[in-house]
Ligand binder design. Structure first.
Ligand code: MN
Length: 396
């Protein structure tokens, strides 16, 4: 065991994964040193984190908040920058060993690429990065000898199951899915659900974007694409199985038919610690699983006809090229509009499907193509929302 502290950067430090990452750092002060914190908007929490963890550098994504941040931190010995370009530059600092990518959505793409280019290992929580540009990211990581450790609980589970199996290819993986707050509901019952209903997740406490994605099953669709890139799998090797108790975090099946499952109480800190310390496991005080509290673990087939977002994700993955990037952009607009109660739950897949049909397809996109496709798909999505029959899409 090496004694040297791991120097980390936390991108998106004020979000759900970011704050939990810092709780881990706090619990193991002799293990980690925080070099860089970044956030987009929440300067109140960011200031608190800077005082506590004393990073070298802090970056606020939203430049309009720069002056306030400087004022609040004028007595602290920290370098302060603003803007997305600054985040992309600061992740390359020599002192950083590991970058935890915990920002939301497409915004994680460029900083993650810059970090990999600089040879930093990645603890990847921002799954949209792999959805949008999985091919470029994984290729670059191989070239730069960079490890991408999954933080997503399902992918962490598969990664844990694969430990010691490096010579044995995966035959198949099963990504488990809680089913979200609307599990078992039909289209009729979903017609009038609101963002408030969707934000009540039964098992996991997460940020708003991913909680909505969990309710629509888009999160699971994204995780299918994430698994494709992380583990080099084809669509027919990745299955979704609904497991409402969220105890089995996912399952790896090998070519002899043997299956390994990783289980435990749902707590994101577990996959976070594992990604930060692999291959070592640290001692934790997290509550332990008790079989008698869970006399039955159950499994169901996901309903991809009602929860069409996951089916659209499979489709985008099979089409490939820039289609998953278009899917992600359309979904970010759909979630944004649904959170404002501007569009209904059931209009989200309709919107995404229309954007996928209307956006120009590129079979072998470059990074610039992805940036352009993302922008274009968002514009198309906003246009559709603007022109749609409000009576039809609005809540009644
Ligand atoms: Mn997950």
């Amino acid at each position: 065991m090496e004694n040297k502290k791991k120097n980390i950067a936390v991108l998106g430090s004020t979000g759900s994964i970011g704050t939990q990452t810092l709780e881990v750092v706090e619990a193991y002060p002799d293990r980690f040193e925080v070099e860089l914190l970044t956030a987009y908007n929440n300067i109140e929490l960011l200031v608190e984190q800077v005082r506590k963890f004393e990073p070298n550098v802090v970056v606020i994504g939203n430049e309009a908040k720069y002056a306030d941040l400087c004022e609040a931190l004028k007595k602290e010995p920290v370098k302060i920058y603003a803007g997305m370009d600054a985040i992309a530059q600061c992740v390359q600092m020599d002192c950083i060993d590991l970058v935890v990518t915990a920002m939301v959505g497409y915004s994680g793409l460029i900083p993650t690429i810059k970090a990999i280019e600089a040879g930093k290992n990645i603890a990847l929580a921002n799954k949209e990065t792999l959805v949008v540009a999985g091919e470029i990211i994984t290729k670059l990581a191989r070239e730069k000898n960079v490890h991408i450790y999954p933080v997503d609980s399902e992918h962490s589970a598969i990664f844990q199951c694969m430990t010691g199996e490096w010579m044995n290819p995966l035959e198949k993986v099963y990504l488990t899915c809680s089913g979200g707050p609307f599990r078992g509901m039909n289209a009729d019952q979903l017609k009038n659900v609101t963002s408030k209903d969707a934000l009540r997740h039964p098992n996991w406490d997460m940020g708003a974007k991913i909680t909505i994605d969990s309710a629509t099953l888009m999160n699971k669709g994204f995780e299918v694409i994430e698994a494709k890139w992380l583990f080099g799998l084809e669509a027919d090797q990745i299955d979704i199985i609904v497991h409402p108790q969220s105890i089995i975090h996912s399952i790896a099946q090998f070519k002899d038919g043997s299956m390994k499952a990783q289980m435990g109480l749902p707590d994101m800190k577990l996959p976070i610690v594992y990604a930060m310390t692999f291959p070592e496991r640290l001692e934790t005080t997290f509550p332990r699983f008790n079989f008698l509290d869970y006399p039955s673990l159950t499994f169901e087939k996901p309903d991809l006809e009602v929860f069409r977002n996951a089916a659209l994700a499979y489709e985008a993955m099979k089409i490939g090229g820039n289609m998953p990037c278009i899917l992600n952009a359309a979904n970010e607009i759909a979630v944004e509009e649904f959170l404002k109660d501007k569009i209904s739950f059931l209009f989200m897949p309709e919107l995404i499907e229309q954007v996928m049909e209307k956006s120009p397809y590129i079979a072998a996109p470059t990074l610039e193509d992805y940036v352009e496709s993302d922008k274009e798909a968002r514009e198309i999505a906003r246009e559709i929302v603007k022109n749609a029959n409000i009576e039809k899409i609005k809540l009644v």
